[in-house]
Design a protein around this ligand. Structure first.
Ligand SMILES: C[S@@+](CC[C@H](N)C(=O)[O-])C[C@H]1O[C@@H](n2cnc3c(N)ncnc32)[C@H](O)[C@@H]1O
Length: 273
């Protein structure tokens, strides 16, 4: 069996989000409904579901985030069937299989080389789909991408692990490289970044956040062609309230009453042309 023992630090953060997606798939009416997540999670950790099922689904918020990115991506690809997709910090997420784009779309999944190695063991290859093993901050990977088509950049659960200057360089380089496109990211506010060094999960993985934004819409100011579009609901998302088990719904209702918690993760979308 392939192990995740070779993963270090931030690379290990792919596991709790994959686990949330695997647990979601076992709900009678899943939010994301991703059988690949369940298969990959079982191989990563055969005992992943041994803890009490309901309480372990607190992580369902990560599933809401994935669904929001999927819904935006599907709409963009319906309007731009010749697009190039940059799925950055992909971890073991099976977005390309969930969305199943037409053959006119070229899809690139990028993460650190050891994560990409693991992906190759867990998820099948497909046409018009390329894996890139690289740090996202070493922007030479951008030279491998065709530039004459609209681009969709998705970075789910990645931005907080980069420094603000790396995020800025990434966004401005993508806008400079393409004529038009959409950028989907999620961010945390400054207080979550600052307190991340005490977050027990991040500490266990030996990592922490490196940036936070109280007003992620303002990132559009980094490039004259970049325009803020909108934000997707997260902890108070209607799909979470409709489909999560009752104890999880109650917990999330309480969490959103705490000052700052409601916006402790923000899923935002930009466009440029
Ligand atoms: C929280 S996980 C999210 C994984 C996936 N996007 C998902 O939502 O299931 C963060 C991912 O970002 C990747 N990552 C963090 N920093 C990175 C960097 N500088 N270059 C490439 N990948 C990075 C990690 O290896 C990990 O797979």
């Amino acid at each position: 069996m392939v192990k995740d023992a070779e993963l270090i630090g931030v690379q290990k953060t792919l596991s709790p989000v994959l686990r949330a997606k695997a647990l979601d798939n076992r709900l009678p009416d899943p939010i994301l409904g991703d059988p690949y997540a369940e298969q990959a999670m079982r191989r990563l950790d055969p005992d992943y579901d041994k803890r009490r099922f309901g309480s372990s689904q607190m992580g369902l918020a990560a599933v809401v985030r994935a669904k929001a990115h999927d819904d935006w991506a599907r709409r963009f690809l319906a309007d731009h069937p010749n697009a190039v997709v940059l799925h950055l910090g992909c971890g073991l997420d099976a977005r390309v299989y969930r969305i199943d784009p037409p053959a006119t779309v070229d899809w690139y999944d990028l993460d650190y080389p050891s994560v990409i190695d693991l992906r190759q063991h867990f998820l099948p290859p497909r046409e018009h789909y390329t894996l890139i093993g690289s740090s996202v901050t070493d922007l030479t990977w951008l030279e491998r991408i065709p530039r004459d088509r609209p681009v969709l950049m998705i970075a789910e659960g990645l931005v907080p692990y980069l420094t603000e200057s790396a995020v800025r360089q990434l966004l401005t380089s993508v806008v400079d490289a393409f004529l038009s496109g959409q950028i989907q990211i999620d961010t945390v506010p400054v207080w979550v970044w600052r307190t991340s060094k005490w977050d027990p999960t991040l500490r266990r993985y030996g990592t922490r956040f490196h940036c936070g934004f109280n007003d992620p819409a303002a990132l559009a100011d980094w490039h004259p062609r970049l325009e803020y579009l909108d934000e997707a609901p997260m902890y108070d998302s209607p799909v979470l309230m409709a489909k999560a088990p009752a104890n999880i719904r109650r917990m999330h209702r309480l969490l959103t009453l705490l000052p700052g918690m409601k916006h402790s993760t923000r899923i935002v979308r930009f466009r440029f042309s």
